[in-house]
Ligand binder design. Sequence first.
Ligand SMILES: Cc1ncc(COP(=O)(O)O)c(C=O)c1O
Length: 443
Amino acid sequence: MPMHLPTAEDAVAARETVEWALARLADRRSILPPTTTHEPLPKLTDRGIGAEAAMRLLRDVVFPTAVPPDHPRFLAFIPGAPTVVAALADMALSAAMVFGGSRVEAGTAIDAEDAALRWLADAAGFPASAQGTFVSGGSIANLSALVAARGERYAAPRRQVIVAGASAHSSMAAAARIMGCDLCVAPPADDHGRLTSATLAVALGDRDPEDVVAVVATAGATNNGAVDDLAGVAEVCAERGIWLHVDGAYGGAALLSPRTRRLFDGIEHADSFIVNPHKWLYAPFDCAAVLYRDGGRARRALTQEADYLDAISDDVVGNPSDLAVHLTRRVRGVPLWASVLAYGTAAYTEAVEHCLDIAAYAAARILASADLELALEPALTVMIVRRLGWKSEDYEAWCQDALRSGLAMVVPTKHLGETMLRLCFINPLTTRDDVDLVVAALS
Ligand SMILES: Cc1ncc(COP(=O)(O)O)c(C=O)c1O
C-alpha cells in the first residue's frame, strides 16, 4: 500500500516539516496573534491531495490559526513551553510507534518513563516503592488517583464523598460526577481558599472515613497559585485513615526550587500525587504524571482483565496500563525523560526559578502602578490583577485587543465574584521586557 511506504514526495514533506518545526521552536515570539481568517479546509476526497500538499496545509493554514501557549506573552490559563528536545522526542515517538501499555512490548521506553517518574517522586519525597504512569492530562490523572483511592469501595451501600479545598480544580467535580460520588468543598481558610487541618476537620465532621473516597489538597491552585497546608491536611488524613491525594498539576514543578520547596512540606505523606509536565515542566501536550505511594493498591483498582490481556499482564512489577484509566497509551513520558536526560535536572530548576523571578518582577511592577492592584498576595507564579475603574466588559475588550494586536494572550477570571485579569508565568522565554509591555498597556 503506497500510503504505508515512504515515497520521494514523503521525504520532501518530512524535510520541510522538520525544518518548519525547528524554525517554529527557534522563534516563538512571532507566532502571536494567530491567523485571524480561518480559511475553509479542503474537502476529504477519494484520491487525496498528496503528502506534500497535506503537510503544507497543516503547517501554513491549520496550525497558524491556533493560539500558541508557548509564546512568551501567553499568560492565560496555564501555558506550556516544551523544550526543543522534548518537542523533537515527541515527534519521533509517533514514528517509533511504541505501545506504552505493557512492558512486554515497550522495551526500555517504559524504563525511561519510570526514570522520569522517579525524578518527580524524589522531588516529592515518595518512597522507592512508589509507582506511577503518564496520562493525557491532569483531569485523567486526578480521576485515576481517585478511582485508586476508592479501591473496592465502588460497591459501597452509602453514597461516598470526595473532600477538597475551595480552590480545587474543576476536574475534581468532574471526577466526582463520573464516579457517582459527591464533592464536599471545605470552607476556605483564607482569601486564596486554602485547605488547612482546621477547615478539613470542619468538612469531615464526624463522617465515617469509609464514606470518604479521598481528601484532595491542591499544590498550586489554578486560579491563584496557592498551595494548601499539606502537612496539616496530611496529619488529619493519617489520624482518620483517609487517602490523601495532592493535585500539583500546575504547581508541582515548584518542588524543584529550594525557594518554594518548603511550601510542599507534607506532600511526602500523600497517597497519590499528580503533576503535569505539559504545564511547567516543559513537555509538549499531552503529558501528566500520576504517582502512587502504593502502586499495588492502585493496580488492584485500575487493572483491566480479559483473556486477550493475559499475555501482557504483569502482577510483579506492573504495567503502566494498570495504573490509570486507560489501556493503550503512547509512552508520553519519554519526551520529558529525553529532555531531562539532554539538559540535566539543574536546567529545570533554573527554568522554574526564572519563572518565579519573572512573576515576582511582575508583581512588583503591578504594585508600583497607580492604575493596578493585586487582588491577592501572588502565590507561585499566578496573580490576579485589578485595573482600577474597569468593569468586566473593559477587561474582556482589553484581552481581545491584546490578542488581536499580538501584545499578549490574557483572559479575565473572577475572584470573589469580581472580574479581573489573571496572569500565569511558566515560560522561561518570558523576559522583564515582556512584563513591562503588558503592564504599560494596562496603565
Ligand atoms: C490544579 C490543576 N489540576 C488539574 C488540571 C487539569 O489538567 P488537564 O487540563 O491537563 O486535564 C489543571 C489544569 O489547569 C490544574 O491547574
